[in-house]
Design a binder for this molecule. Sequence first.
Ligand code: SF4
Ligand code: SF4
Length: 224
Amino acid sequence: METIDLTALRNFSRRTGQPTHPELLDARPLTHVNKIEIDEEHITLEFDEKTTRFYNLNEITKREWIYKYNDDPEFVKAIGHVIELARKHLKELPENVACPPGCAECCSGYEPFVSREDVTRIAKHLGMSYAEVMREYIVERPSADGYHVGWVRKVTDDVADKCVFLMGPRSGRYYCGIYEARPHDCGEFTPIGCDDVDESLPRKASWKIGAPFRPNRRRASKRR
Ligand code: SF4
Ligand code: SF4
């Protein structure tokens, strides 16, 4: 039996500052997975999420559900392969990965999801109400589990267009106009795998940026 302890990975990440957190490796389905156990026949995933299910008249609340995929050897093999690749990837990660200042290429095309918490934080940051931020800057599309309420708008309806909060088109040195309050999705975004990253830039360097994003009150009132 082989066990991958994701908590240890997270601790490693915290200690070294290397983006080894499973979520940062774009392994989104691993959110809330505490442990994965693999043997020749089973893959057992342990979730740490509190869930409630209704089975007929019973209400079953558990913090941990264990799923076993023990009747599909192909699936077990495939997952084993993915984990092997992830481990290899982890070892091969460059020690230092930084985005060139002013790049922000990924703020076009990428649509960060937002939760209620994100919208509340952005509203406070911009001095607006929750409803105003939703109306002005969010494409409302609640996720099935109700966690996300939508995603950040683009400047136009073109999905490849720039994020409404992206600043710096004149200078060509782009930056996030709501950096301190940016969505969790943006903060967690990893540049791993992006061809534009620079491995020689100093870690934790700070770069000069322009003015922060300010809501366009006139446009906002016109929309009402
Ligand atoms: S992840 Fe890539 S595209 Fe995005 S800012 Fe970094 S280098 Fe640029
Ligand atoms: S909110 Fe900021 S970091 Fe996120 S996509 Fe928009 S400009 Fe980029």
